[in-house]
Design a protein around this ligand. Structure first.
Ligand SMILES: [Zn+2]
Ligand SMILES: [Zn+2]
Ligand SMILES: [Zn+2]
Length: 159
């Protein structure tokens, strides 16, 4: 099951494409995509779902990499601050960005049935929030939009 867009796709292609894009962005901006950061991004891309820091740590340990929590947190900080991954506050978990490279306020659809997460286009939503905040003379610096509900598969299962 694909959980990033609630739609099936060529997943091997999407992992290599996203990793390639991250490498390009890093070399263009002089950022260090260290093996640890790259590995964490690769796991998030492979899993296509929201993962907590300790879950990532378990995967790294299973792979025989002696990662410590601070290492994973630093890797996640890097990935989030440069837009390769997002933090989903509601789940206290991380997910690979569905369209890295574009600056955007992430917007998530979170299925309360199976836990699947999809990142949806947010341009119109973010503009509406900025406009409403602006009327209160408030300047938005960071925003994460999260909506809970049922994904197509769970809706079908209940029908
Ligand atoms: Zn994929
Ligand atoms: Zn994104
Ligand atoms: Zn679901």
């Amino acid at each position: 099951m694909d959980t990033l867009g609630f739609a099936s796709h060529d997943h091997r292609h999407c992992i290599s494409q996203a990793l390639g894009a991250a490498e390009e962005t890093c070399s263009a901006q002089g950022l260090q995509l260290t093996p640890q950061r790259r590995r964490v991004l690769e796991i998030l891309l492979r899993e296509h779902r929201a993962m907590g820091a300790y879950e990532l740590l378990d995967v790294l340990r299973d792979e025989g990499q002696g990662a410590q929590p601070p290492t994973v947190y630093r890797a996640l900080d890097f990935l989030v601050s440069h837009g390769f991954a997002h933090k989903i506050e509601r789940l206290n978990a991380f997910v690979a960005c569905a369209h890295p490279g574009e600056r955007h306020a992430p917007a998530f659809l979170i299925c309360s049935g199976c836990g699947a997460v999809a990142e949806m286009p947010s341009r119109g939503i973010a503009q509406a929030v900025r406009a409403a905040a602006g009327e209160l003379n408030f300047e938005v610096s960071r925003m994460v939009i999260e909506a809970e509900g049922l994904c197509p598969a769970c809706r079908e299962a209940r029908a």
